[in-house]
Unconditional design. Structure first.
Length: 318
């Protein structure tokens, strides 16, 4: 099969082996796959991953131990868990001790014609959700995870720092809460998109401004310090960025200001699918380009450009 493979550099491989299925796995033909910042950071060395890139996708089940799934559109969580270890038994499947992670740890991703998907992390896509919207399920679930982890009140002042691929989804999710929301980013087009949805924006941090909660979505190491500077004492800093390299952190200020740090990663797929079906979030307007898999390297280059939001790959296109 055709696959976009990273092994120190990105190459389109036309004879990559089709996935070998374990007993609990389905073979999925990929319809669309989305490029996210984590994919770009993997190319810079994050997680030391080698294999097929991509973890945001929608596809059709071609073969499955559960025959009722065959022919159905599905999306899939990125963490393949064992179900037996202490973490799984404790309900922390995304932190399974034996987990493989799509496009990040020990499991090939979605920038290919086919992928293998464990049945326990697959979710059927309702007919009302178009393919191009369904591909946003994984990042939208990650945005929703914030509301699982942090109690954000309608009276809270909340800042989303960075309105890129993920930040635009986070802002839309938090905007539904009714909190006093402000998004900070320097890309005018992204800010304009949020303004049209009634969300307040500024191009840079207001002098002296402080919030109860800051959600850091910048995708780079400087985001921690910038987010910390925007917090009130005893505020909460939610960290969404993953990147290659390290960040300098003023831990003394964390202690003195009694800041709560929350790492936030994967989220609830059923809730994300319901939200996509509701029409309360706009994902279609975030698609800047769609490329066939054969032009995958060009697609990755486009996704790296400043201000570009979501770039999709369509493996079925020549």
């Amino acid at each position: 099969m055709n696959a976009l493979v990273f092994d120190g550099k990105v190459a389109l491989v036309d004879d990559y082996p089709q996935p070998k299925l374990a007993a609990n796995e389905a073979l999925v033909r990929v319809l669309y796959a989305g490029i996210c910042n984590t994919d770009l950071e993997i190319m810079r060395g994050y997680a030391d991953f080698r294999g097929v890139l991509g973890h945001e996708f929608v596809g059709i089940v071609e073969r499955s131990p559960d025959r009722s799934l065959e022919g159905q559109r599905v999306v899939g969580e990125i963490n393949a868990y064992c179900g037996r270890c202490e973490a799984c038994q404790d309900g922390r499947q995304t932190h399974c001790y034996q987990r493989t992670v799509l496009d990040i740890r020990g499991r090939d991703g979605a920038f290919a014609e086919y992928l293998s998907l464990p049945l326990n992390v697959s979710h059927r896509v309702p007919e009302s959700i178009p393919d191009e919207a369904a591909v946003f399920t994984e990042p939208l679930a990650a945005a929703l995870e914030i509301t699982n982890q942090v109690h954000i009140r309608p009276t809270d002042g909340v800042v989303v720092l960075g309105a890129g691929k993920l930040g635009l989804l986070v802002a839309q999710v938090l905007g539904l809460i009714g909190c006093d929301l402000l998004v900070i980013d320097h890309h005018a087009e992204n800010l304009s998109f949020l303004q049209r949805r009634g969300i307040s924006t500024v191009p840079e941090s207001p002098l002296g401004f402080q919030a109860d909660v800051v959600v850091e979505c910048t995708g780079n190491p400087s985001g921690f310090q910038a987010g910390q500077a925007l917090l009130k004492a005893r505020g909460t800093l939610v960290l969404k960025s993953t990147y290659h390299g390290f960040s300098q952190v003023d831990l003394s200020k964390v202690v003195v200001d009694e800041i709560t740090l929350v790492g936030s990663r994967c989220g609830p797929f059923p809730a994300a699918l319901r939200l996509l079906g509701s029409g309360f979030v706009d994902v279609g307007s975030l698609i800047d380009a769609v490329y066939p898999l054969a032009e995958g390297r060009a697609a990755l280059t486009r996704a790296c450009e400043k201000g570009v939001r979501k770039v999709l790959l369509k493996p079925g296109d020549a």
